[in-house]
Ligand binder design. Sequence first.
Ligand code: GTP
Ligand code: MG
Length: 200
Amino acid sequence: SQIKEVEFVKSSGRAKDCPKDDRPEFAILGRSNVGKSSLINALVRKKEVALTSKKPGKTQLINHFLVNKSWYIVDLPGYGFARASNAARTDWSSFTKGYFLNRDTLVAVLLLIDASVPPQRIDLDCTNWLGRNNIPMTFVFTKCDKLKASKGKRPDENIRDFQELIRENYKQHPAWIMTSSVTGLGRDELLLHLSQLRNY
Ligand code: GTP
Ligand code: MG
């Protein structure tokens, strides 16, 4: 399940501009700044495969990365970027929704959730939207290395609260993995999980 080679293929503004082949792919989705690009870099053990930034809204297009010449990881723009204009936000949702609903080669969405903060409304809404549309997903909790000692809850407590809030919507709870792009936590588990999903 290891990654030997990653190659940036293209950035697309619309679902229909995405690469046209039969290779399976996984889309990385989550709030702006949740750590999508960092996770991709951690998975492939390279600093700058996907561009990261402290400023939210860095990734604006659908970016395809080809792994081991056999499957794709797709970096998507973050949602809930407050500084984007209303018009830009609407565009974002229609083009990303188009991608989810029409991409036949999509194996699963990796929905990234920041474990260093309490459950966020927008993440719950996104979870419910994917669930209603029967799009397979795996929860990838990010920033599990972050400890807020004085105020706030620990990552594992935030994760438990999140799971509790979505529980009633699922007969079978989606798979979930705790990760950190800083310590490498969850990296091997996630790679193994992706290889199992590809081989179904
Ligand atoms: P957009 O492309 O703007 O939607 O953001 P993104 O989801 O791609 O986030 P990005 O990977 O650019 O990371 C955002 C910030 O969070 C950066 O400052 C990262 O260094 C930091 N970060 C990402 N992952 C982790 C993590 O696992 N732990 C910690 N402590 N910080 C992280
Ligand atoms: Mg990004």
